[in-house]
Design a protein around this ligand. Structure first.
Ligand code: ADP
Ligand code: MG
Length: 347
């Protein structure tokens, strides 16, 4: 059999299989691009759970006219230049795959204007070679990306889409997680023409707690223990459900958000540390995890984020050390809350 190089669109569709699972994953990639571009406001507009339309508008740095075609091609990124950069990556993106992948499985248009440009330009890719057309457009400084009819040309994928309501829930849940990690960004979400979420920029601790209340419950936000602990290069900060307010209702919230250098991760090591910290506070029969929103910041050299294309997983170089640091930070926050409660009781 003859060996042939795949045409770009097909290669991109295959790559899309890894990062574009459903509307929520498209939104994740696009919103992360907006954050990487320094946006302070991101408006998300979806129709039919995102399967009909996904539109993300930001006020970030924009893309220059002569870079638009590159932005849509595979392995093209402004965020990584050498293998060394990969050792200390702080941006969300670096693989240069998202836009090429999404545009190979939807009708994608990219409209953008930089500060320096007096007019905006729109780009879209078409055909199996994904040739990019660029035309003049109207747009304020920033970028809008519109992905219409997701998976229209990949019916096997399209069949896996769930109901609009389920797809919406995935988007909404993911937005909560990014909204807690990026408190200074104003996010809005509109579904089928109706405004459904509005997370205003939170620049103070009080505003952060208000945002926490919006995404979880007021009672959790108001009673949560504040954690802020630093040791050498490590810093753990955030909010943990107070042992005195550990009730089933709050546990059902499923607010278990952990971020490593701003990136949401799922990590067993971390869950273990949280559970262990909590077991010291009070022994109880069920093994429910308390709610938390925690940020771990460390030297990016100490963690590998390039484990999986969707980047949910990380690998710590010193896993045990990190585990014990988290455990101790949480334990001392809990102990402090206990002693405050005790002193209060004596007055
Ligand atoms: P990656 O984020 O891994 O670099 P993407 O395919 O997501 O790859 O994006 C390709 C490039 O397009 C980015 O590196 C960036 O330069 C540019 N880009 C994408 N979205 C935006 C945006 N909203 N604002 C400014 N630049 C963007
Ligand atoms: Mg990206």
């Amino acid at each position: 059999m003859a060996i042939e190089v795949l045409p770009p669109q097909l290669a991109n569709q295959i790559a899309a299989g890894e990062v574009v699972e459903r509307p929520a994953s498209v939104i994740k990639e696009l919103v992360e691009n907006s954050i990487d571009a320094g946006a302070t406001r991101i408006d998300i507009d979806i129709e039919k759970g995102g399967s009909k339309l996904i539109r993300i508008r930001d006020n970030g740095c924009g893309i220059e006219k002569d870079q638009l075609a590159l932005a849509l091609s595979r392995h093209a990124t402004s965020k990584l230049h050498s293998l060394d950069d990969l050792d200390a990556i702080l941006s969300f993106g670096f693989r240069g795959e998202a836009l090429a992948s999404i545009s190979s499985v939807s009708r994608l248009t990219l409209t953008s204007r930089t500060k320096e440009q007096t007019e905006a330009w729109q780009a879209y890719a078409e055909g199996s070679q994904m040739a990019v057309k660029v035309t003049p457009a109207a747009h304020p400084e920033g970028t809008t990306i519109e992905a219409v009819a997701l998976f229209f040309n990949t019916p096997a994928r399209r069949r896996f889409l769930k109901s609009d309501k389920t797809e919406f829930t995935h988007i909404d849940e993911w937005l909560k997680r990014i909204a807690m990690a990026q408190p200074k960004v104003h996010f809005t979400l509109q579904h089928n023409g109706k405004s459904v979420r509005n997370y205003r920029a939170a620049n103070t601790q009080l505003q952060f707690i208000q945002r926490l209340g919006q995404i979880s419950s007021r009672s959790f936000a108001e009673h949560a223990l504040h954690v802020d602990c630093q040791h050498n290069d490590l810093r753990l900060s955030g909010y943990l459900q107070a042992p005195s307010h550990f009730d089933v209702n709050a546990t059902q919230l499923d607010v278990h958000y952990f971020y490593v250098n701003g990136r949401l991760v799922r990590d067993r090591l971390i869950n273990h540390a949280v559970r262990q910290a909590f077991s010291f506070a009070e022994s109880r029969g069920d093994a429910k995890l308390p709610c938390y929103v925690m940020m771990l910041d460390l030297d990016p050299h100490q963690v590998d984020v390039n484990v999986h294309p969707a980047k949910h997983e990380v690998r710590f170089h010193q896993a045990r050390y990190i585990h014990d640091f988290i455990l101790q930070a949480l334990q001392s926050a809990i102990a402090e809350a206990h002693s405050l409660a005790f002193d209060g009781g004596n007055e």
